[in-house]
Design a protein around this ligand. Structure first.
Ligand code: 6PG
Length: 238
């Protein structure tokens, strides 16, 4: 199969490449318009990237961190994407607290929490009512079910085009998640897919070459500007 990318030999080289590219893009964005606004992904693949970034010399005063999705748990819960980024990165760098924009999780009121985060995005990006965030970078992972962010197969958020950020009930977890919508992801100037591990091979194959069925394979609707895929996920084609 012809991939639109050159696979990385292993996950460590993939993570190193993402960290290097992140630093370069941050410097370019800050040089061009004084700020670098990034939507972070949860998951295990990016965690090591965030740890690598904590060791880099970046202009954190001009970097704003947002979350592309979140679990419906308190920020100190082991499953929290905010907690993961705080432990891997935020606690180790001099980023101003006002530059860190976690999802204001409200376990018992996810719709209100998602609406509040939409207001945060509109304020931070100075958006009109019909505009979407002009992210400098959207980081995305992909699950072995071809979900991305928290756009899971057969869930309501897949259909929503007039919201920035929504609560999304995920039957397989019997729980709510929070997620960017497709148009919010698509508004990114740079959209990077980070996909590692043999467990992703089948989903990736469907996403790249399967019949068009985004309700089942949500990542089909993403048009990344860069693919970061390791050889395990691409089927050993490195
Ligand atoms: C999350 C992520 C999710 C993740 C994929 C891939 O909240 O878990 O946002 O979309 O990117 O599940 O996760 P891994 O990188 O751990 O494979």
């Amino acid at each position: 199969m012809d991939y639109p990318f050159e696979p990385y030999p292993d996950v460590a080289s993939l993570q190193q490449a993402i960290a290097d590219a992140f630093c370069q893009l941050a410097e370019e964005s800050i040089a061009s318009h004084g700020v670098f606004r990034v939507s972070l992904s949860g998951g295990s693949t990016p965690r090591r990237v965030y740890e690598m970034l904590s060791q880099r010399d970046l202009d954190w005063k001009r970097i704003h961190l947002f979350w592309g999705d979140e679990r419906n748990v308190p920020h100190d819960h082991p499953d929290s994407n905010f907690r993961m980024v705080r432990e891997a990165l935020i606690d180790h760098v001099a980023i101003p607290v006002e530059n860190v924009h976690p999802v204001p999780v409200a376990v018992d009121a996810p719709a209100a929490a998602a609406a509040e985060y939409e207001r945060t995005l509109r304020e931070q990006f100075q958006l009109g009512q019909t505009e979407f965030p002009h992210w400098d970078l959207v980081l995305l992972g992909m699950g072995d079910d071809a979900h991305t962010a928290s756009l899971f197969p057969e869930t309501d958020a897949l259909q929503i085009q007039d919201r920035l950020f929504v609560e999304n009930f995920v039957p397989k977890f019997d729980a709510y998640r929070y997620t960017m919508t497709y148009p919010t992801i698509a508004a990114g100037k740079n959209i990077w897919f980070m996909i590692a591990g043999a467990s992703k091979h089948d989903a990736l194959r469907h996403v790249l070459a399967g019949t068009d069925n985004p309700r089942v394979y949500p990542s089909q609707r993403i048009t990344p500007t860069r693919w970061f895929v390791d050889s395990d996920a691409s089927g050993g084609n490195a």
